[in-house]
Design a protein around this ligand. Structure first.
Ligand code: KG4
Ligand code: ZN
Length: 338
């Protein structure tokens, strides 16, 4: 079969990214313009600023991706773009640009689910990985345990009832006066802290063994710190970070391994920004070794938002004929697997 080259675009949150991906597995370029510095002073992503910045840089980012891949638009076979979920204004910049390119170049268009993209980052990192496998997707907006039944075929078996794992990291970091995004900062601090300083609650939901709840944990951490401050008792951010992180990681690892065993799945993949976490990777590596399970996760640059993962997902849509037309819109609450 002829090689398929896809130009992919991702603008669902605070990264403007474009990539050229060959046959869904090989990254020829992956340009990421992060807006994090702009949003940092507000302690989180400001949607209006995000949309404006995407508009400002999207053309340059696409030009950069084409240049780095050493290709012209004529060499492309399709355009892929994240169409949801995410910030509606931010998504619209990518979707409109992708539609313009598809129309102007007369190329097929694939609308990609952002979480599907995160899962597909594993296909890039591990060229031999094939479904079925179980995937833990943990990002700033999602915490899902998903059975990847086939390419493009997903079954959600567990999800968060309230905050996403990354959201909990970001909120706890904010309480500690740390910068946004909180995940990498807490990850680094936790390495120097005592994870047994306080045993924070692990959220469990009766009758739903694979669902998560992180809002109680977040509140427990925040209340604990405020109580200590009121009493004038000192504490170390390193110990808070390590104890909080242990509670998050324990739950993510326990539930995912339990699901893999219950469903008799031999392969586990990790995806999303929180899968960059060093303690999460360490614990999963140890537990999967003990349980005889195969573990896959992408390199850090493919864990957080990027267009290469969207290019991989778009490829599997393209070969299955799952294409969009020019009525494609931005869907801020797009469900996965339908
Ligand atoms: O996947 P992503 O880039 O964007 C979304 O789709 O949400 O994930 C961003 C999230 C943020 O909440 C950030 O704090 C978290 O991933 N994150 C981490 C780490 N690196 C990023 N969380 C824990 N440890 C990390 N090393
Ligand atoms: Zn993401």
């Amino acid at each position: 079969m002829k090689d398929i080259y896809i130009l992919a675009i991702e603008t669902s949150c605070d990264e403007t990214s474009a990539a050229v991906v060959k046959d869904g597995r090989e990254v020829l370029s992956n340009i990421i313009a992060s807006q994090i510095d702009l949003h940092r002073e507000y302690g989180g992503v400001v949607p209006e600023i995000a949309s404006r910045k995407h508009i400002e840089v999207i053309s340059h980012v696409i030009e950069g991706a084409m240049y780095e891949a050493d290709m012209t638009f004529k060499d492309l076979d399709a355009i892929g773009v994240t169409c949801g979920p995410g910030l509606v204004g931010a998504l619209l910049v990518g979707v409109s640009t992708a539609k313009g390119l598809a129309y102007g170049l007369d190329l097929p268009l694939a609308g990609v689910h952002h979480i599907e993209g995160h899962i597909c980052a594993n296909y890039i990192a591990h060229r031999d990985l094939k479904p079925p496998f179980l995937c833990l997707v943990v990002s700033g907006g999602h915490s899902h345990i998903i059975v990847v039944e086939d390419y493009g075929s997903y079954r959600i078996i567990g999800q968060t009832r309230d905050d996403a794992a990354g959201e909990a990291y970001d909120k706890v970091a904010r309480t500690l006066g740390l910068e946004y995004p909180g995940g990498p900062v807490i990850d680094a601090l936790a390495k120097k802290g005592n994870s047994n300083w306080v045993k924070f609650p692990r959220g469990h939901i009766d009758g739903h063994p694979y669902d998560f709840s992180f809002s109680g944990l977040k509140t427990a951490v925040i209340n604990h710190i405020h109580n200590m401050e009121q009493k004038g008792e000192p504490y170390r951010n390193e110990d808070v970070a390590a104890s909080f992180q242990k509670a998050v990681v324990d739950v993510l690892v326990d539930k995912t391994i339990m699901a893999a065993k219950d469903l008799d799945m031999g392969k586990i993949a990790l995806a999303g920004g929180v899968s960059a976490n060093s303690e999460l990777r360490r614990q999963f590596t140890r537990r999967c070794e003990d349980e005889g399970l195969e573990l896959y996760y992408p390199p850090i640059e493919l864990c957080t938002d990027n267009a290469a993962m969207i290019g991989s997902a778009a490829y599997f849509d393209f070969v299955q004929g799952k294409l969009a037309d020019l009525t494609l819109n931005a869907y801020p609450n797009l469900p996965i697997g339908i």
